[in-house]
Design a protein. Structure first.
Length: 268
């Protein structure tokens, strides 16, 4: 993981809009359908470090600028000039950035507002929860370009929709619309585009009101469930359960219920 300076800065291709404990992170290169060039990815890397370090932030909403695209993939022009070493490094860097987003202390919601292709689909897959607008389209078209998904698509898509369907989508490059994405479990919910961000903010508010360390631990345990056998997973869950036993939030949350109050969690 990179250790870039996580101090506040302005970005060319990102906007960050903070409201209470929720930050909307918008990828903003709309003239290229928010395609991920190296400059944008480097900014994302920096922003993710800064967001992860923010102890008062509970939820990140990731979306794309404009009404047409979430992210239309890695920047194809930049990929075209890479040699073997450069291609591997580019893939590893994007993967690392997405993994940092996925494994940080905040819950991450993708608000997919249009095309989510290639790296855009992979970015959505790296988020914990996916909401989509009715015009959203998902796909991994890489093999039609002579490459493969390089930011985690071959690993996360089978985990989400099953190996058979993922294999079809990866090998054909076929796009799925929002209705099909919902049916196959690729997205959690589909809403009209005008309501997408409100819906994401509403869900973020619910998550943000819960105990933050518990949310982070529960998401981590759920994520691990895909990588370990059941006994290991159950042990890991119990370990995290035990760790939470030392938090003030657990005490406050349980006592508040007994006293018929609503707990106000502090994240400690
Ligand atoms: N990389 C670089 N530029 C991209 C891009 C990408 N992945 N996706 C779109 N763009 C650019 C286009 O080149 C175009 O730029 P220009 O106006 O300077 O020519 C601009 O974004 C608008 O895209 P355009 O193709 O004109 O829009 P459209 O509505 O006709 O088609 C898509 C939309 C998403 C179907 C089409 O842009 C597309 O297929 N993009 C590539 C998707 C892809 O293969 N992604 C995986 C990459 S690994």
């Amino acid at each position: 993981m990179s250790n870039v300076d996580a101090a506040p800065r302005t970005y060319q291709y990102l906007t960050l809009e903070r409201q209470d404990a929720v930050c909307v992170l918008t990828l903003a290169r709309p003239e290229k359908l928010n395609a991920l060039n190296q400059a944008l990815l480097a900014e994302l890397d920096h922003a993710v470090d800064a967001l992860r370090a923010d102890a008062t932030l509970r939820v990140i909403i990731v979306t794309g600028a404009g009404e047409k695209a979430f992210v239309a993939g890695a920047d194809i022009g930049e990929l075209a000039v890479l040699d073997t070493r450069g291609a591997e490094a580019a893939s590893a860097f994007g993967s690392r950035v997405f993994r940092k987003l996925e494994t940080g202390p905040q819950a991450v919601i993708a608000a997919v507002n249009g095309f989510a292709l290639g790296g855009g689909c992979e970015l959505a897959l790296a988020c914990h929860i996916r909401l989509a607008s009715e015009n959203a389209k998902f796909g991994l078209p890489e093999v039609g370009l002579g490459i493969i998904p390089g930011y985690g698509g071959t690993q996360r898509l089978p985990r989400l929709v099953g190996l058979g369907l993922a294999s079809e989508l990866i090998a054909t490059g076929r796009m799925v619309d929002a209705a099909e994405a919902l049916r196959i479990g690729l997205v959690n919910r589909v809403v009209p585009q005008a309501e997408l961000l409100d819906e994401a903010r509403k869900m973020a508010g619910v998550i943000a009101a819960n105990a933050p360390l518990a949310v982070a631990a529960a998401l981590e345990a759920a994520r691990r469930s895909l990588d370990v056998d059941l006994d290991q997973g159950l042990r890991f869950e119990s370990t995290l359960f035990g760790i939470l036993g030392s938090t003030k939030d657990m005490h406050d949350g349980l006592s508040a219920f007994v006293e018929k109050q609503k707990a106000k969690f502090e994240g400690r």
